[in-house]
Design a protein around this ligand. Structure first.
Ligand code: NI
Length: 191
């Protein structure tokens, strides 16, 4: 396993629409080893999630894992999840304001509207079908990762650019208010 370099804002690989992965390719030792690297890179950077194109491989694979994350202390835990060729279906029109950050957008956070209730359909890393619903704050994390696979970054979805903040100023001016709103979402949705 190896920690991969993470592409940052401005690199064209982040703007590419990632390509679908075939089952044969997915089950190959090379792709399985790549998925191990993706997970290790996410853990090393304390990311809540990471998409393959963030480490210069434009394929439709992403990983999520939240376990008492120091970058996002208010985030509910998410078990380690690998999604291959994932698709999101909106199950609500309601959105909430998510204060997002990204490993590929160093030292910047901003408010992005995200749908509160979605269905995720994908394959796992062994090509087995997955289909599950996600609600609340955690639904925002899934939408952020899937956006990467379509070449989108959270900054593209920031409606009010006055919400943009460095991490230090997020903590200084916005963390308390956002953590309260996040807590209300977790209470409502359990996620
Ligand atoms: Ni990101």
């Amino acid at each position: 396993m190896a920690i991969r370099k993470i592409a940052t804002l401005g690199h064209p690989v982040l703007r590419q629409v990632a390509r679908a992965v075939t089952e044969e390719e997915l089950l190959s030792p090379k792709m399985q080893s790549f998925i191990d690297d993706l997970i290790e890179t996410m853990h090393d950077a304390n990311g809540a999630g990471i998409a393959a194109n963030q480490v210069y491989e434009p394929v439709r694979i992403c990983a999520l894992h939240v376990q008492n994350n120091p970058r996002y202390p208010y985030k509910p835990n998410i078990p380690l999840t690998v999604l291959v060729n994932p698709v999101i279906e909106k199950l609500s029109e309601e959105t909430f304001d998510n204060y997002e950050g990204c490993l590929s957008v160093p030292n910047l956070r901003g408010v992005v509207p995200r749908v509160v209730h979605i269905r995720v359909t994908a394959q796992d890393r062994m090509a087995q079908p997955l289909s599950f619903e996600v609600k609340g704050l955690t639904a925002g994390t899934y939408q952020h990762e899937l956006d990467h696979l379509d070449g989108l970054l959270f900054v593209d979805r920031v409606v009010d650019t006055k919400t943009l903040a460095t991490w230090a100023d997020f903590e200084r001016f916005h963390l308390v208010g956002f953590a309260e709103r996040a807590k209300a979402l977790v209470t409502r949705f359990g996620a």
